[in-house]
Design a protein around this ligand. Structure first.
Ligand code: NAI
Length: 306
């Protein structure tokens, strides 16, 4: 398995590190536009190989896509992150041009690649990658829901005072503070609905903390987060590499599923060797359906800025 990660910044490097530590890919190529930056990150990471015991070969290149040839998976993290107080949507004017050009360069060199889009505003960037590459819709996956769901589980575990591995929960909808929909109705602790353990007010608080999870970290860090985003991407790359058929909520190009068409937005999907193996349509209640439609409207509005 050869993986290219475009953007050797905070999220890209963290993702490369997790992929290497899990030791399932033969090769990771880091690409950045900043002269020498990806080369430096790759060298630093490779100096961890003997310490962390991995065999994955990490190389770095400055904008040389010939080195990415025949990648099985490519991750797009290139672009600017938000600063405190900014929304993800405000990044569109800078990131759209970058993502379009990067996606085109990737498929020129790896026509069969599966692309995971991370750059924000992610749902719109995933939609743009579809439009600019013409890849089949199973081959472009937006990463947002995997991270938002991990943040949801973190907040649930905190409220329930239990390990995060005890809880299950999923966030669907657009990857934005107002668009994401933590499905509290379906959240469980070892198959028991979480409402058995915490009050509605606590659950409402978990939902709100989840939605602003990224903004909370941006305020603390002065820039957006990278460890959990990197871990979320590497989990998805691992599912593709191992053909695990693991389910992640992720941004998929919809064609009628959930009553939506011609939009990339977060819904549960089975991820395996072919990228999106299947979009899973779960039964939503009326309030959840209304929220998903509202979230889709907001994503369409951002898509309109392309
Ligand atoms: P960063 O600034 O640390 O890294 C971005 C890297 O992209 C920089 O090294 C920059 O030189 C590089 N770059 C810019 N233009 C390029 C081009 N044309 N070709 C190759 N490389 C290029 O930013 P960070 O924190 O890694 O975030 C990256 C993106 O990911 C941001 O848009 C951020 O909002 C997004 N993000 C998305 C998440 C999600 O859940 N979807 C979670 C966290 C961040």
């Amino acid at each position: 398995m050869k993986v290219t990660v475009v953007g050797a910044g905070a999220v890209g490097a963290s993702c490369a590190e997790y992929i290497a530590i899990k030791n399932f890919a033969e090769e990771v190529v880091l690409v950045d536009i900043k002269e020498g930056f990806a080369e430096g990150k790759a060298m630093d990471l490779m100096q961890c190989a003997s310490l962390n015991g991995f065999d994955t070969k990490i190389t770095g290149v400055t904008n040389d896509y010939s080195k990415t040839a025949d990648s099985d998976v490519a991750v797009i993290t290139s672009g600017i992150p938000r600063k405190p107080g900014m929304t993800r949507e405000e990044l569109i004017s800078t990131n759209a041009g970058i993502v379009k050009q990067v996606a085109e360069n990737l498929i020129k060199n790896s026509p069969n690649v599966t692309i995971i889009v991370v750059s924000n505003p992610m749902d719109t960037m995933a939609y743009l990658a579809h439009k600019s590459t013409g890849l089949p819709k199973n081959k472009i996956i937006g990463m947002g829901g995997a991270l938002d769901s991990a943040r949801f589980k973190y907040r649930l575990a905190e409220a329930l005072d239990c390990p995060a591995s005890d809880v299950d929960g999923m966030v669907i909808g657009g990857h934005s503070d107002t668009g994401m929909i933590p499905l509290t109705r379906l959240a469980t602790r070892n198959s028991v609905p979480v409402s058995k353990f915490i009050s509605n007010d606590q659950l409402e608080n978990v939902k709100e903390e989840t939605k602003v999870g990224g903004a909370t970290l941006t305020k603390l860090l002065g820039t957006s987060a990278w460890y959990a985003p990197g871990a979320a991407v590497s989990a998805m790359v691992h599912a593709i590499a191992n053909d695990s058929k693991k389910m992640f909520p992720c941004s998929c190009l919809l064609d009628g599923e959930y009553g939506l068409k011609d939009i990339s937005i977060g819904v549960p999907a089975i991820i395996g060797r072919n990228g999106i193996e299947k979009i899973v349509e779960i039964e939503l209640d009326d309030a959840e359906k209304a929220k998903l439609n509202e979230s889709a409207e907001a994503v369409r509005k951002t898509n309109g800025l392309l």
